[in-house]
Write a protein that binds this ligand. Structure first.
Ligand code: HEC
Length: 202
C-alpha cells in the first residue's frame, strides 16, 4: 500500500512516515506550546514565538533523550533538547540490516541516533552549554539552517535532520527559534561526530 510504495521509491520518506507515528505517540507528553506572538519580534514575545516553532517543528522528537515508561518513550525534561546522550551504549548496526531491498534506516529507541545509507548520525545538543550551541550566534544558526552545512560552512548535514524544511522559515522566525534555544537549561553533553558508512552501517 502507500507505505510499501514509499519504501520502494524513497527510503528517507519512510523514515519520516515512521517518525510521524512516533511523534504522535510521544506528543501527549509535551508541554503545551505557548501561543504565537503577534507582530512584535523582540524580547519575551520573540522567545515565546521560538518556543511555539520549536514545539511545532518537532525538534524534541530527535533532539531530546527519552525515558521509557509503560506509556512508551517520554522526553526527559532534565535533558531537554540536549541531543544524543554521549554515554549511551549503542550496539553496532547489524551488518546487512540496511539496503535497497531491506530497511532504509534504523533509529535508537529514543530517536536521537539514526543509521542509514549515510552512516550513523547523532542529534546535536541544542542547549546553550559549550558542548551544545554555546559558541553559536544568530547568524551562524541561520546560515546552518539555510545551507544545510555543518556550522554553516562544513560538511553536508546528515538525515534525518530536516534542515531544508526549517529553511522555509523567515529570518525573524529563525531568530526566534535561536532566541528560545538560548533560554534552555545548559546541559553538558558532547555528542559524538557521525560515523561514516564504510565498514558499518550497510
Ligand atoms: C527527524 C529528526 C530531527 C528533527 C525533527 C530535528 N533534528 Fe536537528 N538534527 C538531527 C540530527 C540527526 C542532527 C545531526 C546531523 C549531522 O550530524 O549531520 C541534527 C543536527 C542539528 C543541528 C546541528 C547542525 C550542525 O551544524 O552540526 C542543529 C542546530 C539542529 N539540528 C537544530 C534543529 C532544530 C532547531 C529542530 C527543530 C526545528 C531540529 N533540529 C529538528 C535530527 C533532527
Amino acid at each position: 500500500m502507500a507505505l510499501r510504495e514509499t519504501l520502494g521509491r524513497a527510503p528517507y520518506a519512510a523514515v519520516f512516515t515512521l517518525l510521524t507515528l512516533f511523534g504522535t505517540w510521544s506528543c501527549e507528553s509535551r508541554a503545551p506550546a505557548p501561543p504565537p506572538a503577534s507582530q512584535s519580534q523582540s524580547g519575551s514575545s520573540q522567545v515565546q514565538r521560538g518556543a511555539y516553532l520549536v514545539a511545532y517543528g518537532g525538534c524534541n522528537d530527535c533532539h531530546t533523550p527519552k525515558t521509557f515508561t509503560p506509556r512508551g518513550p517520554v522526553p526527559d525534561s532534565t535533558r531537554f533538547l540536549a541531543g544524543y546522550p554521549a554515554d549511551a551504549k549503542l550496539p553496532p548496526v547489524t551488518p546487512g540490516a540496511l539496503g535497497p531491498d531491506k530497511w532504509g534506516a534504523l533509529a535508537s529507541g529514543d530517536l536521537t541516533a539514526w543509521a542509514g545509507p549515510w552512516g550513523v548520525s547523532f542529534s546535536a545538543n541544542l542547549t546553550p552549554d559549550e558542548t551544545g550551541l554555546g559558541g553559536w550566534n544568530e547568524e551562524l544558526f541561520i546560515k546552518t539552517m539555510r545551507t544545510g552545512k555543518h556550522l554553516g560552512v562544513g560538511r553536508d548535514l546528515l538525515p534525518p535532520m530536516p534542515w531544508n524544511d526549517i529553511a522555509a522559515l523567515t529570518d525573524d522566525d529563525l531568530k526566534a527559534v535561536f532566541a528560545y534555544l538560548r533560554t534552555l537549561k545548559p546541559v553538558k553533553n558532547k555528542v559524538p561526530p557521525p560515523v561514516p558508512p564504510a565498514g558499518g552501517a550497510r
